[in-house]
Design a protein around this ligand. Structure first.
Ligand code: AOY
Length: 466
């Protein structure tokens, strides 16, 4: 059972008072969601289907929930007498508890330039114009899966650039592994962020992300992993038995990929004298690949040194692009300190000394799922149109204290103009196809997107353009 299943309470406190603040006879409030710019030139839209399914669909307003909200808010506010009981009871009586709201959005997985409309929301019952922005708080949380999908896709473009230049692009889907479950603020965050990453990559240790991709988007098996050590499994052998701990890994997992974190005591000693010394023969006769994981130090410096030592011990070949590749029995994964800024530094450092990006994979936790906030892509939800007493009017803000915070005006449409999606006013786009589709209306989910179509839409295709 969820502790957070009362839609009346999934909002900011101040919104409870807003129904008294709109002009009299406000029949419609129309709002939109966009990225106003920020770190990335594009955004990937992803995650709305989860919020619709989890919180908004079906009969979500009930007499019990109204009572609970009235009681809680009565104590929360200094003067609790303004609770909108009539408004909520109207939704129960007239709509069977289903929200009289229409949400349109770009199809999930769509990659769109910033400053375009991603989603619109409006009330479908003129008595419920107060409800549109009551839902802002919950709906805007879609900023998080959008941001993770966007950042992960940008990191994919970065890795793709180096693979195209120095190695094999076919390795791309497994080059950035999600280590982030423990580093995020909640299980729900792990699920949304983990699924968002899996739109772009196929490697993950974040099982919550897999569950969300399967249960909400019908994915089959969207992410894969391999046996891998953590420090506890190795250090419990004792410092004097580091070699035995490593040998045990090779014995227990005699074929396929196996990853072993190797910095418990002395990473370079482990690479040169244990993996590259005593265990060298066993590794070279193994039917599979040992993935060595450094986990401390300055990543570019450490990785150049580790590749150098492993090259000396296991040998290298030079590929058709002129870059060095380690013997196929050994590879490296860097999972410490990886974020969108460290990634290009490492790739530049290793390629500058002749190593192919094929040698290296990345793990990222906090950098992938938590080093983001709503400002990273400046997500905002603003009212752009209202109908008052039968008259539609533009609604917008234009603060002289920050021109970047100006909001759009009018009812909006996303149309294709000279091969590019552009946000225009509905009035200026008569007869043009709207790329926004109705996904929710009057309590029902109207359009669903499958995992595979979302991944296809977000696919990184033209690598060399980036
Ligand atoms: N996993 C690739 C498979 C996963 C992990 C998870 C935090 C893996 C490590 C590895 O190789 O080393 C959460 C830290 C590491």
């Amino acid at each position: 059972m969820s502790h957070f299943d009362n839609i009346l309470l999934l909002t900011d406190s101040y919104k409870v008072s807003h129904y008294k603040q709109y002009p009299a006879h406000t029949e419609s409030v129309y709002s939109y969601f966009e990225s106003r710019g920020g770190t990335f030139a594009e955004t990937v839209f992803f995650g709305l289907q989860y919020f619709l399914e989890e919180y908004l669909s079906g009969p979500v307003v009930t007499p019990e929930r109204i009572d609970e909200a009235e009681k809680l808010l009565g104590k929360h506010f200094t003067d609790g007498s303004f609770f909108n009981r009539k408004g909520w009871e109207h939704i129960v009586k007239t709509h069977g508890g289903r929200l009289p709201i229409r949400i349109k959005a770009v199809p999930e997985g769509t990659v769109l330039e910033t400053s375009n409309v991603l989603m619109t929301i409006e009330n479908t019952d003129p008595a419920c114009s107060w409800l549109t922005n009551y839902l802002e708080t919950l709906l805007v949380q879609v900023w998080y899966p959008c941001s993770v999908a966007t950042q992960s896709r940008s990191m994919k473009q970065c890795i793709a650039k180096y693979l195209a230049k120095t190695g094999d692009l076919a390795l791309l889907p497994f080059k950035l592994h999600d280590f982030g479950f423990r580093g995020v603020s909640s299980v729900e965050t792990a699920a949304l962020g983990g699924a968002a990453h899996l739109i772009n990559f196929m490697g993950t240790d974040n099982l919550a992300g897999i569950l969300l991709a399967q249960r909400v988007y019908g994915a089959d098996m969207p992410g894969f992993s391999i046996p891998a050590a953590e420090h506890s499994t190795l250090t419990s052998w004792g410092r004097d038995h580091e070699l035995d701990a490593y040998r045990n890994m090779l014995d227990q997992f005699p074929k396929g990929l196996v990853a072993v974190v190797s910095d418990s005591y002395d990473l370079m000693n482990a690479c040169r004298n244990l993996w590259g010394g005593e265990l060298r023969g066993q590794i070279l006769h193994r039917d599979g690949t040992l993935v060595i994981r450094p986990d401390s130090g300055d990543p570019p410096t450490i990785l150049k040194e580790v590749l150098q030592i492993l090259g000396e011990s296991f040998g290298t070949t030079v590929n058709s692009l002129g870059y060095r590749v380690l013997d196929p029995h050994v590879r490296v994964i860097q999972g410490d300190g990886i974020d969108r800024e460290m990634l290009p530094k490492i790739l530049e450092a290793i390629t500058s000394v002749g190593w192919s990006a094929d040698n290296l994979a990345f793990g990222s936790g906090g950098g992938l799922l938590q080093k983001l906030n709503r400002d990273t892509s400046k997500y905002a939800f603003k009212c752009s149109s209202a109908r008052v007493d039968g008259v539609e009017r533009d609604v917008f803000k234009q603060p002289i204290t920050d021109q970047g915070k100006r909001s759009k005006a009018g009812r909006l449409k996303l149309v294709n103009r000279n091969g590019k999606p552009q946000t225009v006013r509905e009035l200026d786009a008569d007869g043009e196809v709207d790329l926004l589709r109705v996904v929710f209306e009057n309590g029902e989910i109207k359009g669903r997107y499958s995992w595979d179509e979302i991944c296809d839409r977000a696919a990184v295709t033209n690598i060399l353009a980036h």
